[in-house]
Design a binder for this molecule. Structure first.
Ligand code: URA
Length: 257
């Protein structure tokens, strides 16, 4: 009960992959649990990618999907144009629609804490959404709406060339991997970004979902620790084996956001 009250759902040691029950094949290409950083910098094609400003100009006062009559402002994305780490959400909510900035409402404040929990500042990363205009009533974007907007997100990714994209929630990972597999199955594992072998994608829960289901923060933290480890310098000393004290310290740190 003590652990449950702390938010720990299970104390079982993780099942080694080889022993885990076989599930039906997923169409998604997974990579190893702890990939090394890509060795080659840049796109490798020799062509210089377009800039974020060019992409924003091309987007214009977009009327490519059904959202434009009800939106207040387009929410293009913000952050470091050379970010190594990028976050992709679903689409703007009411606060983002008013401000023109991604993730500034309650879910956005939680996202900022999640980013800081893994040692980044919000302005060091880049934050964008699959759709750039607010869906009426915050409904999930439909396929045609995603298809109209997704090319702009893909161009943003090509311009930024992050090492890792953390997707937040179902629509973001399904759009980027062009997959119907749900977030519960996909979260916490590294996937290859289909358009570039140098970019990895790690799905986790959407912060709005974590606000509704705080018990899921434990799993989200497990995912984010993989992000933190991915960016840790290779010279870091390996983690020490668990003593009862370090085990308890880890439990206390289970939900740092
Ligand atoms: N939810 C999203 O998916 N994106 C935002 O920008 C805000 C809330």
């Amino acid at each position: 009960r003590f652990f449950r009250e702390l938010g720990v759902s299970s104390l079982d040691p993780p099942v080694p992959r080889a022993m885990a029950p076989q599930r039906e094949e997923t169409p998604v290409k997974r990579t190893t649990e702890r990939p090394s950083l890509p060795l080659v910098e840049g796109g490798g094609s020799g062509e210089s990618p377009e800039t974020l400003e060019q992409i924003r100009r091309d987007l214009g006062e977009c009327q490519r999907c059904k959202f434009w009559p009800t939106r207040t402002q387009l929410v293009f994305g913000e952050g470091n144009p050379q970010a190594r780490l990028m976050f992709v959400g679903e689409g703007p909510g009411a606060d983002e629609d008013t401000s023109g900035r991604p993730f500034v409402g309650r879910a956005g404040q939680l996202l900022t804490r999640m980013i800081e929990a893994i040692g980044f500042q919000r302005d060091e990363v880049y934050i964008a959404n699959v759709v750039k205009s607010r869906p009426p009533g915050n409904r999930a974007p439909e396929r045609d709406e995603v298809e109209a907007c997704l090319p702009f997100l893909r161009r943003q990714i090509a311009a930024i060339r992050p090492k890792l994209i953390v997707t937040l929630g179902n629509p973001a990972i399904q759009a980027l991997l062009d997959s119907k597999v749900g977030i519960t199955r996909l979260r916490g594992t590294f996937h290859a970004y289909p358009a570039s072998s140098e970019i990895l994608v790690l799905p986790t829960y959407h912060p709005a979902y974590l606000l509704r289901s705080p018990d899921k923060k434990v799993e989200a933290w497990e995912d984010l620790k993989k992000v933190r480890d991915f960016f840790q310098s290779p010279g870091e000393s390996p983690p020490r084996p668990n003593s009862p004290r370090t085990f308890l310290a880890k439990i206390v740190k289970l939900r740092p956001f």
